[in-house]
Unconditional design. Sequence first.
Length: 367
Amino acid sequence: MRRTLKIFLAAAFIASAAGAAAAENWPFFKNDAERSGNSQLTAGAAYSFKGEVEWSAPVPRDTSSSPSVYGGTIYFGTNDGAMYAYSLKTGEERWKFDTGNWISTAPAVYGGQVFVTSYDSRLYCVDALTGDQLWQFTTSNNVQSSPAAADGVVYFGSDDSYVYAVTIKTGWQKWKFKTDAAVTGSPIVADGVVYVGNRSGKLYAIDCATGKQKWRAIVGGSITSAPAAADGLLYFTSQDGKLYCARIKHEAVIWNYDAKAQIETSPLVANGRVVFGDISGKVTALDARSGAKLWSFDAGGSVFSSAAYHDGTIYVGANGGKFFALDEATGKPKWTLELGGDITATPAIAGGRIIVPTTAGELFSIK
């Protein structure tokens, strides 16, 4: 009877969430499998954010996990080793799931299930509605890579130097791909290919079906963040201080931009612009085709928070607790909020709200 009830509730959760517009959900790190960072709002669901805090809720300090949102629930991990589910509307806790170590990664919500990786070397599959564990998959080292899910498979990297493909239904390994260094960056999935970087400065393109390498690029520093794909181009950053653009069809890097500062953020691609932050405190926008610099904004503190985009505005946080709404064309602030602590997580935009945690131990809903 209990199993029947769970199946019924899970089916209801999936049906209600599927009926919502894309604007109501932000299921992965940077929203989609391509890590675009775009809110993908429909024309009838445009929101105008004014920079007003709707609610704040206490969370464990030093939370750096980027939140995901699906079906009216916020999912995020914490340094106390737990993943939490909070109400999007009220900020009330719905459930808590404990792992064996801290979680710095963003959960992925797919098919009524939540996938989260932990520093305890495991990938967990949890029922999105109840928080009950369905299965777990163990690697041979710590995991700092946010999972991506597509076509019934979840993909992630491990400090053991492998990229893993695990079937969502059973939790069994489909394949694993060996690299030559820890894979702390998060993968993306685009057109049947997984793209992910590692700490030796290599960006790999791996066939989703076979787990075989299609091509790779080698750059001058560790790749610790997720790439982003758009319009046949692949963008990725490196700790060598450069943002790279590769043409997927030609399997080659076609230009790079030197920020002259270490980059830990994943690039945002929106409306012909690619945007990233660096540890010097600069947020920079480039022309997505040519790499020409369009503007730069000084956030006043190191930027570890990857930017998100909605309706002409770029949203990004910085160390020192400031959260900015920047005009996409000029980079000038539309408004600024002082939230306290540091902001290292990437904001989620869903249901007419911006959701962002701080290291000071608060989760904010901004309207």
